[in-house]
Design a protein around this ligand. Sequence first.
Ligand SMILES: Nc1ncnc2c1ncn2[C@@H]1O[C@H](COP(=O)(O)OP(=O)(O)OP(=O)(O)O)[C@@H](O)[C@H]1O
Ligand SMILES: [Mg+2]
Length: 131
Amino acid sequence: MCKVYAIASQKGGVGKTFTAESLGIGLANKGYKVLLIDTDSQGSLTASLGYTEPDDMETTLYTIMANEINDKEYDHNTLGILHQKEGIDLLPCNIEMSGLELTLVSVMSREMVLKRYIDTMTGGRSERHFS
Ligand SMILES: Nc1ncnc2c1ncn2[C@@H]1O[C@H](COP(=O)(O)OP(=O)(O)OP(=O)(O)O)[C@@H](O)[C@H]1O
Ligand SMILES: [Mg+2]
């Protein structure tokens, strides 16, 4: 059974990125398998985990979501996932995501695109927590 946590707030600078990173590393230290998904086009979580130039990265959450939208086949378990020395995995994000936000406006069931990816990664067995 997987647990999926979403950390979101429209308010800026309230500790979303810091909470995601700390929670992820803390859970990994306890022995859990953790995948952090950066969904912010600023790429702050990606940068704070050592990728200081996220906009230079070729494969990111944008790639995954574009594949999902276009029904393109890809290896869910490997594409874009970076293994961190902290014991966590990271799916990075960068400025390309801001373009995708516009594309999504006309995509059917756009609110399900990320869910489809997460459901595949968890085998559909997950508890969801939103904070
Ligand atoms: N619990 C905390 N105690 C002290 N400082 C914190 C805490 N959480 C976050 N901070 C600091 O507050 C600042 C903003 O945090 P963070 O970048 O995580 O916010 P954010 O909500 O992700 O911002 P943005 O909306 O820009 O993405 C950072 O300097 C971070 O180090
Ligand atoms: Mg942030």
